[in-house]
Ligand binder design. Structure first.
Ligand code: NAD
Ligand code: WQD
Length: 343
């Protein structure tokens, strides 16, 4: 079976993807410097799959270490590149760190892929590249215009996409799949792996589950005066396991469809937008646990509403994100309870 190098494979989306890849029989090599994940994630993966993935604690920006890795594990059939720093606010404070890490990792990888003749990369991009699409582009498909990024983090995704396109243009052997994720949420149904936010969560779902667990007093809903049906912002929340499965489909396509375009881009979402207040209501209904919340002012830089048109991924990858949202919210709660030893 094919050998796949997964950078950032102990992270949130990476770990769920490693599980799905291994369950399909792929040989996985994880590279992660544990800057935003924990080595125990390997135990979780092993508990689910019954097998431990190969793990290398290496920084993807370190050319010498990465060169050694490529040499040691040849032949590598494809790379999934998750490794990146991802906190929007932190990127505003430390832009150079974000450019070094997120751009440096990709450039190092692409150089070594050329040296070692690894022909395929799947790249983690984000719906953030679309900014706030205008009404005629909602739901947003892959042809919607890219808008100037609102943060250095967002800009690293745009620049990385450009780097991939330029590298592919110059090298007919390089094939790339750019996956633009909408808002990943939830945890593996086993609750053996899930999201591990650092400190006070910025993202909605971890804040909701931590509030439900009593770690936070109340959720602050950032604005109810948007031009949406209930006034709160709308996003396309996609189950992380569905998202992980899309990576397996992308890898399959990479390996067995040689006549595809050199660079393909897919929006990965459910096709359905949910408001912040709908998420809170659905969470309470699904779990029976109360989440105290108050409405506060808008958060700077927030997009009002965005959700995906995932038709292209549905058709070309033969993939669909269809796990019911309440099941997804329950998985997030089950994971939070396990983390906090709540029975
Ligand atoms: P995560 O932080 O949980 O995982 C990223 C992993 O990469 C971590 O384990 C971290 O230790 C590792 N890493 C970071 N820099 C590294 C380096 N230089 N060398 C080796 N390892 C390094 O994040 P995630 O939510 O799983 O996101 C995965 C990817 O998906 C990222 O590229 C992120 O930008 C992108 N993405 C995430 C979201 C989201 O909401 N979670 C949305 C869109 C896109
Ligand atoms: C979702 C909604 C908030 C917390 C960010 C990045 C984006 C992407 C995913 C990687 C918004 C509201 C949140 C809270 C709230 N990452 N909210 N109270 O902003 O869509 O996207 O993560 O690429 O780049 O910007 O996700 O989970 O932070 O917020 O009311 O305590 O929940 O205002 O409407 P967002 P989020």
């Amino acid at each position: 079976m094919a050998r796949i190098l997964v950078t950032g494979g102990t992270g949130y989306i990476g770990s769920h993807t490693v599980v799905e890849l291994m369950q399909q029989g792929y040989e996985v090599i994880i590279v992660d410097n544990l800057s935003n994940s924990n080595i125990d994630v390997l135990d979780g993966i092993e508990a689910i799959v019954g097998k431990r993935p190969t793990f290398e604690n290496i920084d993807c920006t370190n050319y010498v270490d990465m060169d050694r890795l490529f040499s040691r594990y040849q032949p590598i059939d494809g790379v999934i590149h998750f490794a990146a720093s991802k906190a929007v606010g932190e990127s505003v404070e430390k832009p150079l760190m974000y450019y070094r890490n997120n751009i440096g990792s990709l450039v190092t990888l692409l150089e070594l892929m050329k040296t070692y003749q690894v022909p395929n990369i799947v790249f983690s991009s984000s719906c953030t590249v679309y900014g706030q699409p205008d009404a005629q582009h909602l739901p947003v498909d892959e042809s919607a215009p890219i808008q100037k990024a609102l943060s250095p983090y967002g800009n690293t995704k745009q620049v990385n996409e450009d780097i991939i396109r330029d590298a592919a243009h110059a090298d007919a052997n390089l094939h790339a799949t750019i996956l633009r994720y909408f808002n990943p949420i939830g945890a593996h149904p086993s609750a053996m792996i899930g999201e591990l936010p650092n400190g006070v969560p910025n993202n909605l779902l971890p804040f909701v589950t931590q509030t439900a667990a009593g770690l936070r007093q109340e959720l602050k809903v950032f604005g109810d005066d948007y031009n949406t049906p209930d006034g709160s912002c709308i996003r396309d929340y996609i189950y992380v396991v569905d998202l992980a499965k899309a990576h397996v489909k992308a890898v399959e396509r990479m390996l067995i469809v040689p006549e595809r375009e050199q660079v393909e881009t897919f929006n990965l979402g459910t096709g359905r937008g949910l408001s912040v207040l709908e998420i809170v209501r659905d969470f309470m209904e699904a779990t029976g646990v109360k989440v105290p919340y108050t409405i506060v002012g808008r958060r700077e830089g927030d997009i009002e509403q965005v959700w995906a048109n995932p038709k292209y991924a549905n058709e070309v990858l033969g993939w669909k994100a269809d796990t019911p949202v309440k099941e997804v919210l329950l998985s997030a709660w089950k994971w939070e309870k396990r983390l906090r030893n709540i029975v």
